[in-house]
Design a protein. Structure first.
Lengths: 479, 81, 695
């Protein structure tokens, strides 16, 4: 409060200005990223449900080539990965970067082209998949032209983030920032290497899965963890339980991840030693994962009541717990003995969705719920709808992962029995596939609610709700 | 590309990656990133959003349970969940 | 950190004949070795912090390499490689392990060579034997394309041992340039009178024989002899005396002390380095340099264990040579050396110490190093400074005597004297006022107030017509106040009890006596008795006079030596150090700093001045004396823990050696033993957190 009683004297609190100014400087680009991400979320979810229903009703829409399973499924994967998750992660990473560097964004002019090329690339690639022009490599289905567009877009993002980092006004680099920096430096390199035209045969397979895994560990996971490390303490209002441990986690993470990719090819025609090393590395990953788990859990413990206040906290804590779960699951899955059963079954799909949905997507939801009011200066209009969103998708993904896990194990066990005819392994999965479609419906409804709320925010419609006092000040700084 | 060549490139990338990680680590030690670790955890807070203060109450949860129990009808944006 | 020309800029050790040259802060600097040069380049730090950072950097890099070696090794354990793959992998592991040996192994190697040149075998020798033998053996196997490799053991061992060292280094509190602070007691400027004109000069330019003027509140800039004026002076930080000292023409004054209430002109007799203050500094410096490190417990055990190990190894070599030829013999004998050095040994001491230091810190006790903790477990003599340590350092009004013939009551006496002293700067006056406030007195209005420095105060109060006098005997007599028989009797009684006596009177008669004594700290009595129960001999050493000292020591039941100068205190400690067991000193004032530095363990109370805290091995935040017996017990329990850790580590070892000698040692068992014993040591050490320590 200033001497003359005016509560909105900005000069008395320079830090408010810095944080507010940095939020304002990125609001345009971040909103662009988030909006396009949400569009792809809708498209990707529809594709996903369609693909799932094809298991239950194989003849449905069979006459349309574009909507056959072989095209819809990769369309789902790519629109979700490179569309929803990537674009939302991009927006999230810029926002976190300016917050943690306490500056306004630099090279802002690169960010809009980034959004544009990214969307263009994903659009081009998706259409290509739907018309049948699919490279046939999982996670690398897009034609090289689309990949190039995405690579260019990513580089623009990286440059902006790095330049902003260079202009930072903080001495200490927070752990989230480390993850973001590692990610934006490494992922473009990996993406380019993966898309080079030099590979064939077994080599190509090895590179394919090395990349696919790296996309997770170098792009999606770091941003997810960065978000969790920021939002959990920020929302609760207490610092990370053991900051030292978090840094230990980051650096040990940097050590092991690279060897992991090959574990997707266990049992495949690769040199045994290579596969063995990747298995061991995958198991050793539990060291950094444990440090992350300890931190997130112990920071939250005693404050679970606060989940009643904040949607962000709900989504992010849910996501963080699932990170631990999916990592441990992955370590075990890599073991040859287990892999014998689970490889080539729905179990893998369940694992993928535990990671990409229950971890990455949920955290991104949490991030969006936190950042949007600060970007559009409007409060989320119908909190009860947020609650519906949360519970629908939470139940949905639990049902999804549960059904696919059990179904997958059964499928694998049946397949390994030489005496059983193959068809039995298919038959046994049918109820689980039906459950999965049910889960897909729940998730779709949840997403529709989310998209509705998001639109209301963008347009600043719906009943006006009171913002906390310090957010009101934002109006005064930049009306 | 043959497998041994691909393997070689993979190892090269691993080496480059490892070197970059090492350089980054030394840089971090030099710029005293590992000093005063407690302070580092506090960098996400500031004067307006200090430690001990929640920064998100989108659900508009009431401050005290008591006031919630006493209300006959629920407030416009309150819910049991 | 001492930046003299003869010591290394980074670590402070003496420079070799051809030092390494580099730059520090833009100026040329010399280093004792390339390691220190590199350390400074990388960390830009010097001293203990730089050490810790440098170890940390090396540790991080080595961990990177070592963990990759581990990964490859574990793969081989669970999914054994084919022969031709194995050959390549071995070369890769060799390439990864070599940097670890350089980064982490060379300092340990240096230390052990230093030890051997002094004919002592320490922990480092044991570690070197184990790791380098593993590395060399593995390198040979790699290049010969046959035989087992133990790169993982060698590198992990070094990493874990260095982690232990890092924990210990990190546990050290930051030291500062404390000697400089001591000199800062002396003011920067002084008012001199040259040719009748007053001038302000910098203290550096003071000359012997100069005339210096000092006003109330200033610190003396030099030692000297008073030629004009009278004043009370606070010399407590220098001499430890609780009373203020009265200075008049002919009295000696000392630099750094505080002039209280009068104006003085004195002639400087000692300036600069000759001042008592400066001599204190050099005493302190000397005492620090002369401290020898004790032989650590783990080192003692190692010196016994290593020859045994070497013998076992040689025996294995000979026996197996006759049994199966030189190849197997080499392998087995080196395996013996290898397995005899598990990680647990490296962790046994640091882990326990780290946990203990943490627990002590929670109690508000800052212990500087692990070595200090080990020393504390051997303490059987403790010397206490009196003023400010056992006592609160201020005077307390403890007795009021009113002459029965005077016709006034106790509360009247208090009321009148406290009202007069309400504005007094004098410590006794303040103490009196505090006492009166506690009694809830109402101050009477004062009409006049004069101070006679070093003698007393006088003034007119309220409705009392006469001038009231409060002060020393001399003051009363000078102003013509009569001492009655009662008063004189009481005075003698009080003085024999070691109290400081102040008289109060008006209307030509002394009406009452106020007796002040030193306030004992709470818990002082309990602390002394606890320490006695622990079997510790207790002494009090003080610069204060005999009576004041006896008043305290008799009350506590402890022997005391009084009227000691700082140099004398150091002598007492040196003499006690010659007897069996270790000696600790507890103090607070600057005058205690040399004594604290010369004792085996110096303990500083929180109330003490910064320099004392910085030069002490143990700092008690706050003033709870009862923490001292507590920390002694903690030290003893920690030593027990270390012994337990070492015992079990060796137990696992011995089993391993058994396997090695019999030729059945598999790398898996070695690895397992390493992990098991490390985990045990960790778990056992963590129990120190919850261990009950009675008080």
């Amino acid at each position: 409060m200033s001497p003359d009683g005016n509560p909105f004297n900005i000069d008395e609190s320079p830090e408010l200005s810095a944080r507010v100014l940095s939020d304002i400087s990125v609001s345009g680009p971040v909103l662009a990223f988030f909006t396009s991400a949400v569009v792809w979320l809708l498209i990707g979810t529809v594709f996903g449900l369609t693909a799932s229903l094809k298991f239950n009703f194989p003849d449905w829409l069979a006459s349309l080539p574009a909507l056959t399973f072989g095209r819809v499924r990769p369309a789902h994967l790519n629109t979700i990965m490179y569309g929803w998750i990537s674009l939302a992660s991009a927006g999230c990473s810029i926002w976190l970067t300016v917050r943690l560097c306490r500056v306004e964004v630099r090279w802002r002019k690169l960010l809009y082209p980034s959004v544009f090329f990214w969307n263009l690339g994903v659009l081009y690639g998706t259409i290509a998949i739907l018309i049948g022009d699919n490279r046939g490599l999982e996670w690398l289905e897009f034609p090289r032209g689309a990949a190039l567009l995405i690579a260019v877009a990513f580089v623009c993002l990286s440059l902006s983030i790095l330049r902003t980092f260079h202009a930072r006004q903080v001495k200490h680099i927070y752990v989230s920032l480390w993850y973001i920096l590692a990610s934006v430096v490494w992922f473009p390199i990996l993406y380019v290497i993966a898309n080079l035209p030099f590979y064939s045969g077994v080599t190509q397979a090895a590179v394919n899965w090395w990349f696919a895994h790296n996309a997770i560990t170098v792009w999606f996971t770091p941003i997810g963890l960065a978000a969790a490390y920021y939002f959990i303490p920020k929302v609760i209002g207490r610092p990370i339980y053991s900051y030292y441990l978090s840094l230990l986690g980051f650096w040990s993470f940097a050590l092991f991840y690279n060897w992991n990719g090959i574990h997707h090819l266990v049992g495949g025609p690769l040199p045994t030693w290579l596969i063995s090393v990747s298995i061991v590395a995958s198991v050793l990953m539990f060291i950094p994962v444990t440090t992350v788990a300890i931190n997130h859990h112990l920071t939250t413990v005693g404050h679970f009541g606060k989940l009643r206040y904040s949607p962000t906290l709900r989504f992010v804590v849910f996501g963080a717990m699932c990170y631990t779960a999916v990592s441990f699951q992955g370590s075990i899955e890599a073991l040859r003995s287990f892999n014998e059963i689970s490889h080539f079954t729905h179990y893998t799909i369940g694992h993928a969705h535990l990671g990409m949905y229950a971890f990455a997507t949920m955290i991104l939801f949490g991030a969006i719920y936190y950042t949007m009011p600060r970007l559009v200066k409007w409060e989320w209009p119908y909190p009860i709808l947020i609650k519906y969103h949360f519970w629908l998708v939470a139940f949905g993904i639990a049902l999804y992962v549960g059904s696919m896990t059990v179904g997958g194990i059964l499928q694998g066990l049946y397949m390994n029995e030489a005496s059983r005819p193959f068809i039995e392994s298919v038959e046994v999965t049918k109820p689980y596939l039906l459950a999965r479609s049910g889960a897909g419906v729940l998730i779709l409804i949840g997403h529709l609610i989310f998209i509705y709320l998001f639109c209301l925010m963008i347009l600043r419609r719906g009943p006006e709700r009171k913002a906390p006092p310090w957010r009101e000040k934002m109006e005064v700084v930049a009306p | 590309m043959s497998l041994p060549l691909a393997g070689l490139i993979l190892i090269l990338i691993a080496l480059i990656g490892g070197t970059m990680a090492m350089v980054a680590f030394i840089w971090a030690v030099r710029t005293k990133q590992f000093k005063d670790l407690n302070a580092g955890a506090y960098i996400i807070f500031d004067e307006e959003e200090p430690v001990g203060k929640m920064t998100d109450n989108t659900f508009g949860f009431p401050e005290s349970e008591k006031s919630n129990k006493n209300k006959k009808g629920r407030g416009e944006y309150e819910s049991r969940w | 950190m001492n930046h003299s020309k003869d010591s290394c800029y980074q670590c402070g050790l003496p420079l070799p004949r051809k030092p390494f040259l580099g730059k520090a802060l833009g100026k040329d600097a010399s280093y004792c070795c390339y390691g220190c040069l590199l350390a400074h380049e990388i960390t830009g730090e010097k001293g203990e912090e730089g050490e810790a950072m440098w170890i940390f950097a090396r540790l991080g890099l080595s961990a990177f390499f070592a963990m990759n070696v581990m990964m490859l090794s574990y793969t081989d354990y669970f999914y054994p490689f084919e022969k031709n793959v194995s050959l390549v992998i071995n070369y890769i592991m060799f390439a990864l392990a070599t940097p670890v040996m350089f980064l982490l192994g060379t300092p340990i190697l240096r230390n052990s060579i230093r030890g051997i040149s002094k004919l002592t075998l320490n922990m480092d020798t044991l570690i070197v034997l184990g790791t380098f033998s593993a590395y060399v053996l593995s390198a040979i196997s790699t290049f010969r394309a046959q035989g087992k490799v133990y790169f993982d053991t060698a590198s992990m061992l070094l990493v874990i041992v260095t982690v232990g060292r890092f924990l210990e280094a990190g546990a050290k509190a930051r030291t500062s340039e404390s000697i400089k602070e001591l000199l800062e007691l002396s003011p920067k400027q002084a008012t001199v009178i040259r040719d009748g004109v007053e001038e302000v000069v910098l203290v550096e330019f003071l000359k012997k024989g100069e005339i210096i003027k000092i006003i109330p509140g200033e610190n003396f800039p030099a030692d000297g002899e008073v030629i004009e004026g009278e004043s009370s002076v606070d010399e407590s930080m220098l001499t430890g005396e609780s009373k203020t000292v009265f200075k008049e023409k002919g009295s000696m004054v000392f630099a750094g002390t505080v002039n209280l209430d009068g104006r003085l002109i004195f002639k400087a007799t000692n300036v600069g380095e000759e001042m008592v203050l400066s001599r204190l500094c050099s005493l302190l410096e000397e005492a620090r340099k002369s401290r020898a490190p004790i032989e650590r417990f783990a080192d003692r055990v190692s010196s016994f264990f290593i020859p045994l190990t070497v013998i076992a190894s040689v025996v294995t070599l000979i026996v197996w040579n006759f049994k199966s030829g030189i190849d197997t013999a080499l392998l087995n004998s080196l395996s013996v050396l290898l397995i005899s050095c598990p990680c647990a040994l490296g962790l046994a001491t640091p882990m326990a110490i780290w946990v203990s230091l943490g627990r002590a810190a929670k109690e508000g006790i800052l212990i500087r190093t692990g070595e200090t903790l080990e020393k504390l477990s051997h303490i059987n003599k403790i010397l206490f400074d009196k003023t400010g340590t056992l006592t609160k350092g201020n005077m307390e009004l403890t007795s009021i005597f009113v002459d029965s013939d005077s016709g006034i009551s106790e509360s009247e006496l208090i009321s009148i004297s406290a009202s007069l002293e309400a504005n007094s700067e004098h410590p006794l006056g303040k103490s009196l006022v505090e006492f009166a406030n506690k009694r809830g007195y109402v101050p009477l209005p004062i009409y006049q107030f004069y101070v006679s420095p070093g003698m007393g105060v006088r003034g007119k109060i309220g409705e009392l017509g006469d001038t009231v006098f409060i002060g020393s005997r001399g003051f009363m007599e000078k102003n013509g106040l009569e001492f009655t028989k009662n008063i004189l009797e009481e005075k003698t009684k009080e003085e024999s009890r070691g109290k400081t006596v102040v008289f109060c009177g008006w209307g030509k008669k002394v009406k009452g006596i106020l007796g002040f004594s030193e306030e004992l700290r709470e818990g002082a009595g309990d602390t002394i008795s606890n320490l006695k129960d622990l079997g510790v001999e207790i002494f009090i050493i003080t610069g204060d006079n005999k009576y004041a000292s006896e008043a305290i020591s008799k009350g506590l039941g402890v022997e005391a030596k009084s009227e000691l100068l700082p140099e004398d205190k150091v002598c007492v400690i040196k003499a006690l150090k010659k007897t069996k067991g270790l000696t600790a000193m507890v103090g607070d004032g600057i005058n205690d700093a040399p004594a604290l530095a010369s004792a085996d363990v110096g303990i500083a109370l929180g109330c003490g001045v910064d320099i004392t805290r910085e030069s002490a091995d143990v700092s008690l935040l706050g003033n709870d004396l009862k923490k001292i017996p507590w920390v002694l017990q903690l030290a003893k329990k920690t030593r027990m823990k270390i012994k337990e850790n070492l015992f079990w580590a060796f137990f696992y070892n011995t089993i391993g050696i058994g396997f090695a000698i019999s030729g059945t040692l598999k790398p898996v068992i070695a690895a397992l033993a390493m992990i098991l014993s490390s985990l045990f040591v960790l778990g056992n050490s963590l129990r120190l957190q919850k261990l009950k320590i009675n008080n």
